[in-house]
Write a protein that binds this ligand. Structure first.
Ligand code: HDL
Ligand code: ZN
Length: 417
């Protein structure tokens, strides 16, 4: 039991516990090995992460088309030279590459890119997953599974039977953001879906969603939404949410995850790196949670300006679960600001972080960097308690940290409201 005067021992215990507690990473773009080339790994994939693509174009004068005509290896060479050798790799995405290589035991001091390539060259994907998850102390991750993705779908159709390290999440952006396209795909799969959305079409959309949730054993349904997302609204998207997503989520007792605030293709020439951010309306989240109090909603918002309002909304709605420092917020200064704000307003009822990893080894750096910040904030909060005469035990710290690094998500995912 830690008490007044034990601050330094307490701080060490918090850092150790955060470091040693395995993570459930509740949102990633990683794939289990049976998905083949969709599981990205290795140093060339790390270097051509779209975060670094947007950064290299700030330093090089190379025309977009010339860059996109390069091979993956040539793109990685350019990024390594431009952002790591000709400039110090200060940005979070640059620093992350170095952290991941270092934690895998590679000699970062050598700056020998080809030697790093040799390390990954003949990796067995399954063994490499175990090695990387061990280095990151990640127990399991949740994938992003888009049934409309032509590359991913064959794995599901060829009997993919699951992998306990990789859970599924049903991602439905095309359904909610491009219904005409999605409706045509559903018809091709035998659902009597029509662009005229009547009760029969809605029933078929529900059948499709339920079939996919069952086939994937999806932990939740997810969608990314633009800054102008509104609810309620006289729109097809709002109708599909209210009459399809919400009832199917309730039927399977799984959350609906809304990731709000992305402006897609602000600069299309950057492809995946071309998306932007804008402030969204937290009121839409409040009204959704209020209208469906028995449904579970997971929400993360992309704009820094939305974070305080979202925390306050979290205080109003027990069916609202707040998670992650998403994308442009996944930087030390903003992770600290958001984690401090959340613990102060919501206590231990959140999941402070997810990695959003697209390349396997990114879980190493994203969790190394985030754990350090989560521990720093937690240390302060426990010291504040000590200084009020409230004593804290090792087991209580372990309990609280286990919740923050995955347990709170699982409790919410399985809760019956
Ligand atoms: O929509 C999303 O899930 C985002 O996370 C995008 O995939 C984005 O490109 C990304 O990788 N952010 O980290
Ligand atoms: Zn994502």
């Amino acid at each position: 039991m830690f008490q007044r005067g034990n601050e330094s021992a307490l701080r060490a215990a918090v850092r150790r516990t955060v470091h040693e507690t395995p993570v459930t990473d509740l949102h990633t773009h990683l794939y289990a090995p049976p998905f083949g080339a969709l599981l990205l790994y290795g140093v060339d994939e790390l270097l051509t992460y779209h975060y670094l693509i947007s950064e290299v174009f700030r330093a090089t004068r190379m025309p977009y088309d010339q860059y996109w005509a390069l091979s993956k290896r040539e793109q990685a060479d350019l990024i390594w030279k431009t952002l790591f050798i000709e400039r110090s790799p200060i940005s979070e995405a640059c620093r992350g590459v170095i952290t991941s290589l270092d934690k895998l035991g590679l000699d970062v001091g050598s700056r020998n890119l080809d030697s790093y390539r040799d390390y990954f060259a003949d990796a067995d994907p399954d063994a490499h997953v175990n090695r990387v998850f061990a280095a990151a102390n990640v127990h399991d991750v949740v994938m992003t599974n888009d049934p409309f993705d032509e590359v991913e779908r064959p794995a599901w159709e060829n009997g993919y039977a699951g992998d306990k390290r990789f859970h599924a999440a049903l991602r439905i952006d095309p359904l909610l953001n491009n219904y005409v396209y999605a409706s045509e795909m559903l018809r091709g799969w035998g659902y009597n879906s029509t662009t005229h959305v009547d009760s029969s079409a809605l029933s078929e959309v529900r059948r499709f969603l339920s079939d996919r949730v069952k086939r994937m054993n999806a932990l939740y349904m997810a969608v990314s939404l633009p800054p102008d997302f509104a609810f309620p609204e006289d729109s097809l998207r709002a109708k599909l949410i209210a009459e399809c997503i919400v009832p199917v989520a309730a039927q399977h007792n799984i959350p609906f995850a809304l990731m709000i605030g992305v402006k897609r293709a602000v600069n299309p020439a950057l492809k995946l790196a071309g998306d932007g951010v804008a402030r969204a309306d937290v009121g839409a989240v409040e009204r959704l949670c209020a209208e469906f109090p028995k449904n579970k909603f997971m929400v993360t918002m992309l704009a820094r300006e939305n974070q305080h309002e979202l925390c306050v909304a979290g205080r109003k709605f027990p069916n609202l679960f707040i998670f992650g420092c998403w994308w442009f917020l996944n930087n030390p200064s903003l992770i600290e600001e958001m984690t401090r704000m959340r613990l102060e307003l919501l206590g231990l009822s959140v999941t402070p972080q997810h990695s959003d990893a697209r390349v396997l080894e990114q879980v190493i750096y994203k969790w190394e960097h985030s754990r350090a910040i989560i521990a720093k904030v937690l240390e302060e909060k426990y010291c504040d308690l000590l200084n009020t005469g409230w004593n804290v035990s090792d087991s209580e710290i372990a309990r609280d940290v286990e919740g923050l690094l995955g347990g709170n998500f699982w409790d919410f995912q399985q809760a019956v409201l």
